[in-house]
Each structure stands twice: as structure tokens, then as C-alpha cells.
Design a protein around this ligand. Structure first.
Ligand code: HPA
Length: 270
């Protein structure tokens, strides 16, 4: 895997001279952040050797390099989900590439369902911990010590100083937010009501089908992670209506106005 990552990175570096230290993974319907990036340069995932290709509607498969308020960034427009049939190593491959490109901090965003009843569709939630319900994780297999240790610590998967900074910024910008635990579920079906009761009982405030694999890989690689979830609907059994992907994307798009303002300022200050 190490050589494959190095090959992807070599290809990217031959095309792009930028030197971003901050990476952002954009969730469903949250791609508008790209609009505030200046001096953009794109690379399609399909051009990059060894990169997986994304298949879900609402997800575009591109790396976007550029700057936000003078800070160099790398945005991942479109991510890979376990439910698409990728292996966990493929799902997290871009995080490994980011690390080898010199990224130090990543901001992971997603659209997810709210379990905590104080949330409503449109709520932005700072993720302060995760529960891995995938039944697997990206670190399984022979460990390459060049990348990280065999038994990584996971006591602060989302960096407290980044959470604290984000709260201060949100208060200053008058952006409402909540804070909570994100449970990562395999999907692609929306959970059953019984599953939601169970996950809620385990301490989850929100549930989605991404983010946890990338967070695990990023921590393993020594990257600092900030996670922001957009509650696009209440989880099964809590909301009365049936789920629809279109509504999820629509709600995420509306919430992304505040998310963009927030992330823009976070990027400037971290
Ligand atoms: N469950 C899982 N994933 C999701 C949801 C949900 O309710 N909403 C958006 N992504």
C-alpha cells in the first residue's frame, strides 16, 4: 500500500505545486465549500493512479486544490463509502494520500440522521467522539510501521483544541451548533427503528454511513481531525416520514450556507 500511495502522490505533485496543510472531506450536499476556494486546480479521481472512483449521485469525484482566505487547502469533493463495495483500505485511501502530501489537519463533514431529540434537520453538530458499527475498520491487516503504530490510541479521535476553536468561532459568527457522538453504520439502507433505539441507548447522538473509517485512518496516521456533521433528517422512528436521499441532499445544501461560513473561518484560524 505504501508504494501505491507514493505513486498517487508523485502523480499529484507533478501536476500541482500547492502545499496544503489542511484537508477537507465534503459530505453529501456539502460541496458548496468549493465555491469559496480561490485559484482552484482540479484533479479527477479517475486520473490518479491507484485511486478508487466514486459512484453515488451527489458525490463528485475530484480533488480540489486552492486557497481559502490565503490558506492553502485540499478539498475532497466526493468520498468513498463502504456500502459501495470498496474495502476499508479503499474507503480511506485518500486520507493516506493526504498524509503523504503533507496534510496535518483534516476537517471531515457529513450528512447524517439525528438521534438526539434536541436536534432538528439542519442542525450542525461538532463530532466529539464516534462509535464504530461497521463491524470492521481500515487498520485490519499487516501493519506498515512507516505509516503508524500497530495499536493506535483513539482517546481523542476529534481534537479537543480544534473543537474548542470551532466553538469560539461559531459563537462569534452567530452560528448555532450542537455537539455529540457520531455512530457510523454500514448502510446503504437507512437504519431500522429498533437499530436506532439501540444505537441511541449506546450513546450516539447521530448516525451516518461515513466519517468513522476516515477518522480512524487519520488518527492512525497522526493527523488532527475535526468532524462536523450536518443533521439532514431525524433518524428512523424519530421522524414520522420515510427517508429520501433527495431530501437529505436538499437539507444539507441549505445547511451548507452556515457550514461554509464556519469552515472558512476555521481554516483561517487553525
Ligand atoms: N441514517 C444514516 N445515514 C444518513 C441518514 C440517516 O438517517 N441521513 C443522512 N445520512
Amino acid at each position: 500500500m505504501y508504494d501505491k500511495i507514493a505513486e498517487s502522490v508523485k502523480f499529484i505533485k507533478e501536476k500541482i505545486s500547492n502545499n496544503p496543510r489542511i484537508g477537507v472531506i465534503l459530505g453529501s450536499g456539502l460541496g458548496d465549500l468549493v465555491n469559496v476556494v480561490k485559484n482552484k486546480k482540479y484533479i479527477d479521481y479517475k486520473e490518479i493512479p491507484n485511486f478508487p472512483i466514486s459512484t453515488v449521485s451527489g458525490h463528485e469525484g475530484k480533488l480540489v486544490f486552492g486557497d481559502i482566505e490565503g490558506v492553502e487547502v485540499l478539498l475532497m469533493q466526493g468520498r468513498f463509502h463502504y456500502y459501495e463495495g470498496y474495502t476499508m483500505k479503499e474507503v480511506t485511501y485518500p486520507v493516506y494520500v493526504m498524509k503523504m502530501l503533507g496534510i496535518e489537519k483534516i476537517i471531515v463533514t457529513n450528512a447524517c440522521g439525528g438521534i438526539n431529540k434536541s436536534f432538528a434537520p439542519g442542525t450542525l453538530m461538532l463530532i466529539n467522539d464516534f462509535i464504530n458499527l461497521f463491524g470492521t475498520n481500515p487498520l485490519i491487516g499487516v501493519n506498515d510501521e512507516r505509516l503508524g503504530v500497530r495499536f493506535p490510541d483513539m482517546s481523542e479521535p476529534y481534537k479537543l483544541n480544534l473543537i474548542q476553536k470551532s466553538k469560539e468561532i461559531a459563537d462569534r459568527l452567530n452560528i448555532e451548533y450542537k455537539e455529540g457522538v457520531y455512530a457510523g453504520f454500514q448502510g446503504p439502507y437507512y437504519e431500522t427503528a429498533a437499530e436506532i433505539r439501540s444505537i441511541g441507548g449506546q450513546g450516539a447522538d447521530a448516525v451516518g454511513m461515513s466519517t468513522v473509517p476516515e477518522t480512524i485512518a487519520a488518527n492512525y496516521l497522526g493527523l488532527e481531525v475535526l468532524g462536523i456533521a450536518c443533521i439532514t433528517n431525524m433518524a428512523t422512528g424519530i421522524q414520522k416520514v420515510k427517508h429520501s436521499h433527495e431530501r437529505v441532499v436538499e437539507t444539507a445544501k441549505k445547511a451548507s450556507v452556515n457550514l461554509c461560513k464556519w469552515v472558512e473561518e476555521i481554516i483561517k484560524e487553525i
